[in-house]
Write a protein that binds this ligand. Structure first.
Ligand code: AP5
Length: 186
């Protein structure tokens, strides 16, 4: 099974992707996490990526694509793509890649959450973890970019009849149970 997870920053995509990957034995591919690993290597490329991420902007897609394609190509049981696509051109490119490689995208799960709750969760995470893009300014900018660029991707998959929408307001376990109800059982 191959899944894409969409939703605003703080909606819990990463949290649900971890649970789903364990449940279905799928490769969890988080573009944000792959980029953070590049940053941790402190190479000139990593430093450039860090500057962009710390402003809450999108990293050039060719950089992201290199990282995620390596992962997709080594996902024998299927994958969960978390954090990509981020705009329509990324969505179109992923479709093209899936077609070329005879990869079937089963479902796109959209975790729907209003900005105030998302901002609150991100603020909590900023206190608990040490993500350099977890600052109030970056949170607002990431949400602005999400509404401007990523939200059209939701309509794009809706038109393809691939989209399922999950209310991301309840607790983590309830959201996970509700997600499983919309997916084929193991
Ligand atoms: P990325 O790492 O993908 O961040 P994001 O999409 O902004 O999402 P987050 O990780 O902030 O939130 P999430 O929805 O995963 O929520 P989480 O589970 O952590 O991207 C980071 C950056 O990388 C981007 O800004 C961009 O620069 C770059 N990038 C990535 N992909 C790119 C691409 N394709 N193209 C270009 N650039 C790209 O949960 C958040 C918090 O809430 C956690 O503390 C969690 O414990 C808690 N929580 C989760 N669920 C619940 C719940 N139900 N109730 C209460 N708390 C909850």
């Amino acid at each position: 099974m191959n899944l894409i997870l969409l939703g605003p920053p703080g909606s819990g995509k990463g949290t649900q992707a971890k649970l789903l990957s364990q449940h279905f034995q799928l490769n969890h591919i988080s573009s944000g996490e792959l980029l953070r690993q590049e940053v941790a290597q402190n190479t000139p490329k990593g430093k450039l990526i860090a500057q962009i991420m710390n402003q809450g902007e999108l990293v050039p897609f060719d950089t992201v694509l290199d990282l995620i394609l390596k992962q997709i190509n080594t996902s024998p049981n299927g994958f969960i793509l978390d954090g990509t696509p981020r705009d329509l051109s990324q969505a179109e490119h992923m479709d093209w890649f899936f077609n070329q490689n005879h990869i079937h995208l089963d479902t796109v799960i959209y975790y729907q959450l209003d900005d105030p709750i998302a901002l609150n969760r991100l603020a909590n995470r900023a206190r608990e973890e040490n993500r350099s893009d977890d600052t109030p300014q970056t949170h607002r900018e990431r949400l602005r970019i999400y509404h401007q660029k990523t939200q059209p991707v939701i309509d794009y998959y809706q038109k393809q009849h691939k989209l399922v929408t999950i209310d991301a307001r309840p607790d983590i376990d309830t959201i996970f149970t509700n997600t499983l109800k919309l997916l084929p059982s193991k």
